[in-house]
Design a protein around this ligand. Structure first.
Ligand code: ADP
Ligand code: MG
Length: 442
């Protein structure tokens, strides 16, 4: 199948071909025609399966081909939970609209407000934003949304987790007209909080659920290691990092302070790591991400701020130095590897402090987790005694696989599965991603 078969202009198709992208992925094959037909969309598909283009392509196609509702207001607004993710979506958009007259602007927190006002006065058709700063511009009337045609939320559940419900309401009210189309994307959309949001934001949405949030990712090999204490974790980490098959690596820690501490410790041992610590300025954060994407250093140490959306194809390993509290975040963290058809490894260290998180993740993933150990570094710790059953995460439990075959309609909420769920649709099997490594074709 070609992109033009989905209703995408040949000019865009050529642009994609320059990036080594020739065949749509499943989420793109489903979402693009649905969006072009004017439907609202509620879409869930795995990490690394190509959701960004699934919403960018129909958006750009619309702006290129259809008459604008308003000449001044933005036509497309894309909201992403973090500045890094918004920046990445913006970069992908810029590639698509290169050589056209379409204007786009990025509105992030932590950057100069007046510069953003000036950029908005330039009447861009596309605005890519993080929710807090976006709401500030709406309140101060430097951004009008009455002519908005397409409202897109990437990683919608994370936007809610970060507490931006009020901002979302405001955006919704400001762009509240019959002709607005709304698209919602994530790898983990099946919890009650998102249902409530989608009822308010979406009109008769088409459900595109290509995989359940808790389904195994066939391109990511997940292994867990028991650890006794911090020093033991560091010894295991050192062992992993010196293995031959390690390319770039993202290490997740529990707190921001831990990122800096661990980075110093690794660098003292001769590794080249950088911490995405919390006290950095916005520019510094973006510089670090940029340097990492150019492979200027091998190891990035971060917290959940980088768990969502970031697409770095040279990442061969994700290491959970500490486990995340919410099981959904585990799915997103490990999804920083094994993207676009590449294989990846996710290694997780489980010490006494991680045990409850481990139980939550295990239950969320239907028990499909494997432990291993390293010779000479075996843990004495064998797990804490289970007291009470633990719920899957701080939120509602994920629902099982939603469809048997590619379908737009999600069935009414299925019951909790008793057996592991098998993939209803093998994304890589059906439409292989034939993209070369980023570094080779840019
Ligand atoms: P998701 O949002 O689902 O996690 P992304 O949109 O970030 O995934 O895409 C993951 C990677 O796959 C990106 O590097 C992207 O350029 C690449 N990609 C997207 N669509 C295709 C395609 N049709 N063929 C090959 N590679 C693709
Ligand atoms: Mg994404």
């Amino acid at each position: 199948m070609q992109f033009t078969d989905l209703g995408i202009d040949t000019r865009l198709e050529t642009q994609l071909a320059h990036q080594g992208i020739t065949q749509p992925t499943d989420i793109q094959a489903h979402a693009v025609p649905t969006a072009l037909a004017g439907h609202d969309i509620f879409a869930q598909s795995k990490t690394g399966s190509g959701k960004t283009l699934a919403f960018l392509l129909p958006a750009v196609q619309r702006v290129m081909k259809q008459k604008a509702l308003s000449k001044r207001d933005p036509r497309v607004l894309i909201v992403a939970p973090t500045r890094e993710l918004a920046t990445q979506v913006f970069t992908q958009l810029r590639l698509l609209i290169a050589g056209t007259a379409i204007k786009s602007v990025k509105i992030l927190g932590g950057e100069n407000f007046n510069d953003q006002i000036k950029a908005l006065r330039n009447d861009p058709q596309f605005v890519i934003a993080t929710p807090g700063r976006l709401a500030d511009h709406i309140t101060k009337r430097s951004l009008q949304l009455s002519g908005l045609e397409l409202l897109i939320f990437d990683e919608a559940d994370r936007i809610l987790d970060l507490g931006f419900t009020e901002q979302l309401k405001l955006i919704n009210e400001q762009a509240n007209h019959r002709l607005r189309q709304t698209l919602l994307f994530s790898a983990t959309l099946d919890h009650a909080q998102v249902d409530a949001l989608s009822r308010n934001l979406l009109k008769k949405p088409k459900q595109i659920a290509l995989s359940a949030a808790n389904e195994q990712h066939s391109d990511i090999k997940q292994t867990l290691y028991l650890a006794d204490h911090l020093d033991h974790k560091e010894a295991l980490l050192e062992h992993f990092l010196t293995q031959d098959n390690v390319g770039q690596c993202i290490i997740f820690t529990a707190t921001r302070a831990d990122t800096s501490r661990l980075s110093e410790s690794l660098n003292a041992k001769g590794f080249k790591s950088v911490a995405l610590a919390g006290d950095l300025t916005q520019n510094k954060r973006l510089d670090i991400m940029d340097a990492f994407s150019r492979e200027n250093f091998k190891i990035l140490i971060t917290t959940d701020v980088a768990s969502r959306g970031l697409d770095l194809l040279s990442v061969t390993h994700v290491i959970n130095f500490d486990l995340p509290k919410h099981a959904e975040e585990y799915v997103h963290r490990i999804g920083r590897t094994g993207r676009a058809g590449f294989k990846g490894n996710a290694l997780s260290l489980v010490g006494p402090k991680d045990w409850l998180s481990y139980l939550a993740i295990k239950s969320f993933l239907n028990d499909e987790l494997t432990f291993s150990s390293v010779d000479g570094l075996k843990a004495k710790f064998k797990g804490l005694k289970e007291k009470k059953p633990v719920s899957a995460s701080g939120k509602n439990k994920a629902q099982p696989a939603l469809t048997k075959k590619p379908a737009f309609k999600r069935k009414t909420k299925p019951k909790k599965p008793t057996a592991p769920i098998k993939a209803p649709l093998n994304i890589d099997g059906d439409t292989p991603m034939r993209r070369k490594k980023k570094t080779e074709q840019e």
